[in-house]
Design a protein around this ligand. Structure first.
Ligand SMILES: Cc1ncc(COP(=O)(O)O)c(C=O)c1O
Length: 372
């Protein structure tokens, strides 16, 4: 655990802390797998995070031109898989011009664009069609298969295959299945991957001898800290499966990030306690988005100002500095002992933390990033 006093003694407004040493250890533990490990940049696209991961991953999965740019600023040739729905003509052109050769395709419109560019540029691309599996057991927090917008509609599957087969520039290398995020159940995840492998087997006549079976990410971290996703067990079981590609986000970066802010004010309003740090959901929207109790620490500090307020053994809502009642970090939290000038440090803030926050709202300062 970082030395909070040393790190944060002169910090006031919200900051992120990314523990790059811990990140390296997590990435190293996965890199022993014989499967292909890609990092899903959307979880945390900070350049030092990407740079730390680079030696341990096979490449990066991106979902936008911006993410391609961030990866290419660090390496001109590290493999990139381009995924996500609604990839426009400009997006695909940019990707091809920046050395992306692998695409997770979700639409016939995308294939039309890719075919046009390939012919123009005389390049060769490998295509994975994104399949939306309906029949998987899934208790994950975010479901991204079944009745969702993701993947190629079933009615377009044959047309997509024919289009690729008739092209001299595109090769159907396999399928992409990313189906969930924050799954805590190893057994369910293994069953999902087996369903994906069965799908590939049923369609093997369309594919090369060692097809891409891209099962995305989805490995959970328990924000309530009651259990852990047993990655060692999962990977051991997965060793016996055909070669897989993973696009892992949350599991890699989630636990190595923190969001901290100093308590500016404490109030009681009509019977409800509020703790107001000098920060807010514009920096760290995640607990609001999931409306859950996000794990946190209180770091006791010396009193900085002449006025002081305290709360002990009560519930209080943590609210930020935006002019909206929506700026709360989820439901009320229990505080053993908190005072103005103390620091609140939210744990598990390294994935979908800064990245999903509305940083421009009210034009407050953007959160500084500190590194360990
Ligand atoms: C296509 C795709 N791949 C990978 C990921 C990463 O998932 P996770 O952060 O759950 O590992 C996502 C996240 O939504 C995604 O949409």
């Amino acid at each position: 655990m970082p030395n909070w006093d040393e790190l944060l003694h002169d910090k006031d407004e919200g900051v992120y802390i990314y523990d790059l040493t811990a990140l390296k250890e997590r990435a190293k533990s996965l890199s022993v797998s014989r499967h292909r490990i890609f990092y899903a940049v959307k979880a945390n696209s900070d350049s030092r995070v990407l740079k730390t991961l680079m030696p341990f991953v096979d490449g990066f999965e991106v979902a936008s031109r911006g993410e391609i740019e961030k990866v290419r600023m660090l390496s001109h040739d590290v493999p990139i898989i381009f995924g996500g729905p609604v990839k426009t003509q400009e997006d695909l052109k940019y990707a091809i011009e920046h050395g992306v050769t692998s695409f997770n395709v979700e639409s016939l419109f995308e294939l039309d664009e890719l075919q046009t560019f390939c012919m123009e540029k005389d390049c060769h691309l490998t295509i994975q069609l994104r399949i939306n599996l309906a029949d998987i057991k899934n208790d994950a927090t975010l479901k991204m298969a079944g009745v969702t917008q993701f993947g190629l509609p079933e009615e377009d599957f044959i047309k997509a295959v024919e289009l690729i087969q008739s092209s001299n520039n595109m090769e159907l290398s396999g399928f992409h299945f990313h189906a969930m995020s924050n799954n805590m159940d190893v057994k369910n995840h293994l069953a999902y991957v087996r369903t994906a492998c069965d799908f590939v087997k049923r369609h093997q006549q369309l594919l090369p001898p060692e097809p891409v079976i891209n099962v995305g990410g989805g490995f959970g971290i328990d924000y309530q800290q009651e259990k852990t996703f047993d990655m060692v067990h999962f990977m051991r079981q997965a060793e016996e499966m055909p070669l897989l590609t993973f696009e892992i986000g949350r599991w890699l970066t989630g636990p190595v990030g923190y969001y901290a802010a100093r308590v500016y004010d404490i109030k009681q309003m009509h019977g409800q306690n509020f703790v107001l740090p000098n920060g807010g959901t514009y920096h760290f929207r995640f607990p609001k988005a999931w409306f859950h109790q996000h794990p946190f620490l209180v770091i006791k500090q010396k009193q900085k100002r002449s006025r002081r307020k305290t709360l002990q053994q009560v519930n209080a809502v943590i609210a930020g500095k935006l002019c909206t009642p929506n700026d709360v970090f989820g439901p009320a939290y229990y505080f053993e002992d908190i005072a103005t000038d103390d620091l609140i440090v939210f744990k598990f803030a390294g994935a979908y933390g800064r990245e999903i926050s509305h940083l421009e709202f009210l034009s407050h300062a953007k959160p500084e990033i500190l590194y360990i």
